[in-house]
Structures are given as C-alpha cells and as structure tokens.
Design a protein around this ligand. Structure first.
Ligand SMILES: O=C(O)C[C@H]1C=CC(=O)O1
Ligand SMILES: [Mn+2]
Length: 369
C-alpha cells in the first residue's frame, strides 16, 4: 500500500552559467519525489524542469504544490504494486501536470522493480543496450570558451557529440559562432544546435541553409512549438535532420507529427511526455514511422537521468544518441554512487529499480526550507 508521498526541492549550483535562448541557469532546482510503501519499499522519481516557468508551464513550486495537494491524496492507500491502476486514476482525474505525473510514475515503477528484483528497464520491455552515447551542451555564451570546453571533453573521452544553444543573438552571429566551433573541432565530431523555438520561419530558412552547408548534423526546435506546419515545411525542405523538442508533449503530439511528416527526429523526454510509459509510446510511434530517436533531458540530476537511461536502453533504434549529462552540469552529486560516464557513453545502471540511491545527507543539506 502507498503510505507517504514526499516532494523535495533541492537547489544545486551549475558548474558554469548555462545560457539558453529562454533562460540563463546558475542553479538547478531538483524536484525529487519519494513514494513510501507499507512493505518498506521506497521508490524515487524526478520532475526537474529548466528555468522556473521560462521553459515550460510547470515550475518546481507548482509541481510540489500539485503533488502535495492534489495527486498524493488520490494515491495514498492504493495498492503500490498496481502501478498501471494508480496511474490510470491520476491520468483520469488530473489534467496536464506532465512532469508531476512522470515523477510519480517513475517512483511507483522504481518501487515495483525493486520488489521484483529487476532493473526498471525490464518493466518497460527490456534493455537492448547497456550504455548510451551522451552529447554535451556548449552554452557558455563565448565561442573560445566553448571550443576549449569541447576539446577538454574530447581529451577526457567523455563526449564527442556537442549541442550548441543558440537563438538569443541575430541569426548571422549565431551561425558564425556555430561554424567556428565546427571548424575547430573537425569532421570526426558531431556538432548540433538547439534554437529553443527562437526563430521565425524566415530566420530558420536562412539559418538552416547556412548550418547545413557548414556540416551541422541536427537542428533542434528552430521555430515555436505551436508552428508545426512551419516545422514540417522546414523538415521537408532541408536534408539536414530537424528535431522536435518543445512541440512534443506526449503520444498525441507524436501521432500528429507522424501524420504530417513534421520532423525527422524526436527528442524523447520522460517528463515532457508525462511519464515513462507515454514516453515509450512516443518512441514506439517514431520507430513505426521511421522517425529517428534522440534521448532528451531537462537537465535532471541522477534520479531522473537514471530513469531516462532505463527507458532509452530499451530503444532498438537510437540514431542520434542522448544528452543525459544533467548530473555533470551540477556542482553537487545527489546519489550515493554517481552514474558512470566513460568512453563517450553513460553506463545504464544494473541494480534493481532505477539502480541508483539518493544520498539522504546531501539532500538534507541542499533541500529548500
Ligand atoms: O533540450 C533542451 O531544450 C533542454 C536542455 C537539454 C540540454 C540542455 O542543455 O538544455
Ligand atoms: Mn531542446
């Protein structure tokens, strides 16, 4: 039986300012959810987002308030091992709140997988890969600093895929910044961009043409999420891969993209999709339709990153890799044993459930009071 649900907000400084077109991050507010059950098993989930309300319509504060006030009371007293029944109740009664739903579903699945003594991936169809390629995001705001950071990552053999955050400056300045980095890093390195919705369709026509000619591999969410028709026109116009991110809020959006040939690649995010199970449906639609897959992040800490890794390990096709580097952007580790990044890959945890344990002493120090 589910007995307690607790939401912990923990403030963790980033290793450097992280500049997106919608926000500059100096700290990340981790949103952690702990579900406790009468049989003594605990489950953990994460609902971390970016930039308060700058990126999406749920903030750390709204997630905590809505779980505490509206979602937890629905679940207390329900059978903890019947995860699908519990989530069906939440999805029937609660509108929106995808991040909150994701954290709750993750925690229930973590607890159930621990009970069964299997990694969470085995409740999601089963893992077909034990390690995931991981991109690093260059977002210092300075071309020379970004090049030095990328070269350091290559030397450490931590990342050989780089995503550049653009869209805050004029298109020509951004293009010059990206192509200078691509030129410095060379052909063996994959360079991608994330515009985070900042361009008009006309900006995008000009920007994408220049980036494609300069050897950039992937263009993420160039136009506003609502402008799906513009995204489809761009995807059909250019050979370079176009990826949907903010426009993808779960399986129904994925179906819409499939129907309209609206994107070449999907950034699958467990929080944006509303949970691990709907995120698996997004991926299934992509695979059936021949759309490429990329494992996205909301810059979660170790709990959410492990949850995403458990799901992404089940993807048969993962042509564009993942960006599960969230814990590496933070100055503090919140797991008792950190996730392992080596040889350009994240090792998928092998223990039962998520395969990670939050460090309660650390969380006590970092939690917002
Ligand atoms: O993809 C996003 O829009 C969000 C995020 C992922 C990596 C990063 O640096 O920001
Ligand atoms: Mn993105």
């Amino acid at each position: 039986m589910i007995t307690h649900i607790e939401v912990i907000l923990a403030e963790v400084p980033t290793i450097r300012p992280h500049r997106l077109s919608v926000a500059t991050m100096h700290t990340q507010t981790l949103v952690l959810v702990r579900v406790r059950c009468a049989d003594g098993v605990d489950g953990w989930g994460e609902a971390t987002t970016i930039g308060g309300l700058n990126y999406g319509e749920e903030s750390p504060d709204s997630i905590k308030a809505n779980i505490d006030t509206h979602i937890a009371p629905l679940l207390i007293g329900m059978e903890a091992s019947q995860v699908a029944k519990a989530m069906a109740k939440v999805r029937k009664v609660i509108q929106g709140n995808r991040f909150a739903k994701c954290a709750i579903e993750t925690a229930l699945l973590d607890a159930q997988a621990r009970r069964l003594g299997v990694p969470l991936s085995e409740l999601l169809g089963g893992r077909v890969r034990d390690a995931l390629p991981v991109a690093w995001t260059l977002a210092s705001g300075d071309t020379a600093k970004d090049i030095a950071e990328a070269q350091q990552m290559l030397e450490l053999r931590r990342h050989n895929i780089f995503k550049l955050k653009i869209g805050a400056r004029p298109v020509a300045d951004d293009v010059a910044h990206v192509l200078a980095i691509k030129k410095a890093l060379g052909d063996a390195v994959s360079v991608r961009v994330d515009v985070n919705q900042a361009w008009s369709e006309l900006d995008a026509v000009r920007g994408i043409a220049a980036l494609e000619a300069g050897g950039i591999d992937l263009i993420e969410q160039p136009v506003r999420a609502e402008h799906k028709a513009a995204m489809a026109r761009l995807a059909q116009r250019y050979a370079v891969a176009l990826m949907a991110d903010e426009a993808l809020h779960g399986p129904l959006d994925a179906l819409d993209f499939v129907r309209h040939d609206g994107a070449d690649v999907f950034a699958v995010k467990i929080t944006q999709s509303g949970g691990l199970v709907p995120a698996a449906q997004v991926a299934a639609l992509a695979q059936l339709a021949g759309i490429g897959l990329y494992g996205g992040t909301m810059l979660e800490g170790g709990v959410g990153t492990a949850a995403s890794a458990q799901l992404f390990s089940t993807f048969g096709e993962l042509a564009f890799g993942t960006e599960l580097f969230g814990p590496l952007l933070l100055t503090q580790e919140v797991l008792r044993t950190p996730l392992v990044y080596q040889d350009f890959m994240l090792q998928v945890p092998t223990g039962s459930g998520l395969g990670v344990e939050p460090d309660m002493d650390k969380l006590r120090d970092l939690r917002r009071r």
